[in-house]
Design a protein around this ligand. Structure first.
Ligand code: PLP
Length: 483
């Protein structure tokens, strides 16, 4: 593609994107595709001859767009609703054009240093102390894996050289609540500790980690020779966005000499609001924390920010410089090479989009948008609370609301099935996409608000659809059975 063609197609593409961002709600939020549609529609082999970009783009529109689930749709209220904002998209475009690979300071001084600057800004916005150093990874799963690797480094003598196998080592333990994200399980598995090393401690009736239960679990483990390695506290759990009592957990971890990692992947950004500052109370005692700007900070996927008070431990665990990557400034210790801060060698210029988002929104704009999402969720929670047939099943501290449709006279198992039917019916509308979870074994509908273009009208429409389909299902169900 020559420069003239690039200009032509580039302009067309930007026009297409601008139209898409403004009118993504013209598409059904959930793809109507059946499994295999796209594989069947595309050739099984790469073309021998070059194809014109117009034809490639036609296929993109004709074959791929119908297979998109539109995360950038204002009716997307599933999982954690997220936004790829316009400034973030432009940053992503530039990042692709520049193709920076910031393994070494030398291979991209701008990317290396902008990461430091952007994360320092974010650190201050979150109210984290200065001794938290930041680094960008792709996802929270990887951030948590690095946190637990650092915990392993300080707990298991000689682990970097000798590993875990074939040695006379005690059993180790990592703790989190029964509401923590599955990325904690995967991290434990990935770093060779074995899944049984993870103990999921009970949460209380607000789905927050029960500190007494944690204390008791640690004591019971110590009594049998098991060595506590780390605790993962969650600020904004995946199902209900519950907030673990950070200060109490941190105090316990300090007493026990155990690494504390804070998973604030979704809700951490809410600490920017004076009203929500307290969610990170006690964080100065933690060892590490993850916050994902790709979740609730309007930055296109993927960017996860990992902050650590002991980044030297992460470097001890991972730094290794082969001859072909040595530099004079690196050897002199005059620069930080990002490849030392983790398992990854090459890394994309992710800080560019984050920096562009933070500058374009400004701290005030970020706060306003996060607060707006929280307000929308509180409105929905109020509607649910006021409805005789819907029951809210968890507090809604942020922008996620969990509830069940529970008309009188039906047993819980039947209600599980009916709620699943209700969710399917609402999602089939194509107007909104809502997801589900299970709490204490029961099926729960979960509405997440987090898109820049989601307004009260979209939330009202989701609520109308829920009520309308609930009425239709109720009319079609057999007469009420006794509970
Ligand atoms: N932690 C929490 C609390 C989450 O909700 C999620 C995903 O939703 C993750 C971690 C994993 O995030 P990622 O997809 O960035 O690995």
């Amino acid at each position: 593609m020559n420069a003239a063609e690039f200009r032509t197609y580039g302009h067309q593409l930007v026009d297409w994107i601008a139209e898409y961002l403004e009118h993504s709600d013209r598409y059904p939020v959930l793809s109507p595709n059946a499994p295999g549609d796209i594989v069947r529609a595309l050739p099984s082999q790469a073309p021998d001859d070059p194809e014109p970009f117009t034809r490639i783009f036609e296929d993109f529109e004709r074959l791929l767009v119908p297979g998109l689930t539109h995360w950038n749709h204002p009716g997307f209220m599933a999982y954690f609703a997220i936004t790829a904002s316009a400034p973030g998209i432009l940053g992503e475009l530039l990042s692709a054009a520049l193709n920076q690979q910031a393994m070494l300071w030398r291979t991209s001084p701008a990317s290396t240093e902008l990461e430091q600057v952007a994360l320092n800004w974010l650190r201050q916005l979150l109210g984290l102390p200065e001794d938290f150093e930041g680094v960008i990874y792709d996802t929270a799963s990887i951030s948590t894996m690095h946190a637990l690797t650092a915990a392993r480094e300080v707990t298991v003598p000689g682990v970097r050289t000798q590993g875990l196998a074939g040695r006379d080592l005690p059993r180790y333990r990592i703790y989190c609540s029964d509401q923590a994200h599955s990325s904690v399980d995967k991290a434990v598995i990935a770093i060779g500790l074995g899944h049984d090393t993870l103990r999921r401690v009970a949460s209380d009736d607000r789905f927050q980690l029960d500190v007494q239960a944690l204390d008791a679990a640690i004591a019971a483990d110590r009594a049998t020779g098991i060595v506590p390695m780390a605790v993962v506290a969650t600020i904004g759990t995946t199902s209900t966005t519950s907030v673990d009592p950070l200060r109490a957990i941190a105090t316990l971890c300090q007493r026990e000499g155990v690494w504390l990692h804070v998973d604030a992947a979704y809700a951490g950004v809410a600490a920017m609001l004076p009203t929500h500052r307290a969610i990170l109370d006690g964080v100065e005692l933690a060892d590490s924390l993850v916050v994902n700007p790709h979740k609730w900070l309007f930055t296109p996927f993927d960017v996860s920010t990992f902050f650590c008070r002991r980044m030297d431990v992460v470097r001890t665990a991972f730094s290794l410089t082969p001859d072909y990557l040595k530099t004079t400034e690196g050897d002199a210790g005059a620069v930080k090479n990002l490849m030392d801060t983790g398992v990854q060698l090459g890394r994309r210029f992710r800080s560019l989009k984050l920096w562009m988002v933070m500058r374009s929104f400004g701290a005030s704009g970020l706060r306003r948008e996060i607060a707006r999402h929280i307000d929308l969720a509180q409105q929905l929670a109020a509607w649910v609370d006021a409805h005789p047939d819907f029951v809210r099943v968890a507090p809604a501290p942020f922008s996620v609301v969990c509830f069940r449709w529970a008309p009188a006279g039906l047993d819980p198992e039947r209600l599980d099935l009916l709620n699943a039917r209700l969710l399917d019916a609402v999602n089939a509308s194509g107007e909104v996409f809502i997801s589900q979870t299970k709490l204490r074994g029961r099926y729960v509908i979960r509405v997440a608000i987090g898109h820049e273009r989601t307004t009260i009208e979209h939330v009202r429409r989701a609520w109308e659809l829920l009520q309308q389909h609930a009425r239709e299902i109720q009319e079609s169900v057999p007469p009420a059975q006794p509970r």
